[in-house]
Design a protein around this ligand. Structure first.
Ligand code: 5GP
Ligand code: ZN
Length: 114
């Protein structure tokens, strides 16, 4: 755990979250400022900064993608868009890797939107 990391603090249950799926490797919870009718973040319990670090860790990468799959089934999402922002200039504000899952209203949540 990284003490000053917001998402590590959610993993440690120091900060409450609206959890929609969890297992021993990942947690998925609703974004506090949703940009779509359904907006869920999937994070590894382990502190990993971004998708470039995640991509070097096959087990963690599979765990996060399995978390995306599990959320889509849990919430019965017929379609969704998945975004990983990487680096502050992309809009990454929390340096603990997270997959955004966006769905709803028949809208497309395309590149550059959140
Ligand atoms: P980023 O901008 O880094 O790609 O995404 C971070 C996301 O975390 C943002 O969409 C933001 O609304 C969300 N967020 C920030 N703080 C909190 C929080 O305390 N709880 C929850 N559930 N989401 C948060
Ligand atoms: Zn962290």
């Amino acid at each position: 755990m990284v003490a000053d990391c917001l998402f590590c603090r959610i993993v440690a249950e120091e900060i409450p979250a609206d959890v929609v799926y969890t297992d021993d490797r990942v947690i998925a919870f609703r974004d506090i400022m949703p940009k779509a009718p359904t907006h869920v973040l999937v994070i590894p319990r382990e502190h990993i900064a971004d998708i470039t670090e995640l991509g070097a860790n096959r087990e963690a990468a599979a765990d996060v993608l399995n978390g995306v799959r599990a959320v889509s089934r849990q919430l019965e999402l017929p379609y969704f868009t998945t975004i990983f922002n990487t680096g502050p200039e992309s809009g990454q504000t929390v340096l603990h890797v997270h997959a955004h899952i966006l769905s709803g209203s028949g809208q497309m949540w395309a590149h550059g939107q959140k």
